[in-house]
Ligand binder design. Sequence first.
Ligand code: PLP
Length: 431
Amino acid sequence: MQNFNIEKSTLLYSESIKYISGGVNSPARAFRSVGGNPIFIKRAKGSKIYSEDGIEFIDYVCSWGPMILGHAHPRIVKTLKNIIEDGTSFGAPTDIETKLASLIVKMVPSIEKVRMVNSGTEATMSAVRLARGFTGREKIVKFCGCYHGHGDSFLIKAGSGALTLGVPDSQGITKGTASDTIVANFNDIDSVKTVIKGIENQVAAVIVEPIAGNMGVILPENGFLESLSKLTEDNGIILIFDEVITGFRVSKGGAQQLYNIMPDLTTLGKIIGGGLPVGAYGGRTEIMDYIAPDGPVYQAGTLSGNPLAMHAGYETLLALSEEGFYEKLEEKSKMLEEDISENSEKLGIKIQYNRVGSMATLFFSENRVKDFTSATNSDIEKFKNYYHLMLKMGIYLPPSRFESTFISSAHSEEDIETTVKANYEALNLLK
Ligand SMILES: *Cc1c(COP(=O)(O)O)cnc(C)c1O
């Protein structure tokens, strides 16, 4: 085992907190929910990240999802090097935007037209504005524990960092905005029917992570998404699938392809940027033509569709379109699930390993985790200890029990075996 000395990271953190709020540019990075201070990363290659202290980790954060090809993939690096000399942003259309857009339309079943933005947050904010403009209605329904970026309308019972910090309702959001967001329970169609009863014709959109990834991974139960699709259709409500994580992650066409459901609008992010800042939203032409300059709903962006991000996204989507890509990812992910489950059975530690393809969460819980309540009932102390034990053994997991781990095409069988061994040792120490 490597010498686990994080003195340099600790020093760098003490500097960063002087100049950056909380020392980090996104709260989930701050290790607040597991204790200790964050590890500063110097570089990454393939399945590995290397800290400023010189420690090598097998990385299961994958930049919180985007790095499905692993870090510094030769194809992406080569492309970026080649094009950077031609300029990095023009504020005018480029052909690569059309190329990426047409590839997205080809891959994601429900998308006929798409608009590029710079983050998942922008994508969801814009999609909701579009849904409101299109329907002429104001309210939206979201699910408890689902995270849709940090737009005001979504920071009501949100997941991810907001959940970890225990501030489900952020300060700084007006009562008016909050009152337009209605919260229902994931995997509970009756809760949706109840909250919209009598105000069906005021609801513009229902937004959902078709596979929840921000209260840990939670699978949609049989029939939940189908019922949601029917309920929204019957009431003229726009169904938005937030596929910022699941898009290009669980299949080429995302969760909508996996479960064969056509939402009205889809939001994308993470993987479509290939590691650069990109988001997108798309859907039926009839709805998408409501956006400016064709339609009355305004949305714009100085750096939207910038050539570096578009090229990185395009090359990423081409790479994962190759024959057998998702099958290989599934094989490795399944191997990890089976071996970890075997470890826990051998050691008599009750866990729930929720997984769809290469996204998964290990919950320390005796009961099935199927919604926000069962996720928050998982054992936090066990998770904290497990987290630090794994970290010391060179396994870099997301520093919160409400996040998904990700496997990339760069993870090797050897990486998986090393991880399974570390998991055995950690679980054994937790007994
Ligand atoms: C990460 C995430 C977002 C926000 O994307 P950012 O690029 O961080 O703004 C939105 N929705 C889901 C489901 C996410 O996981």
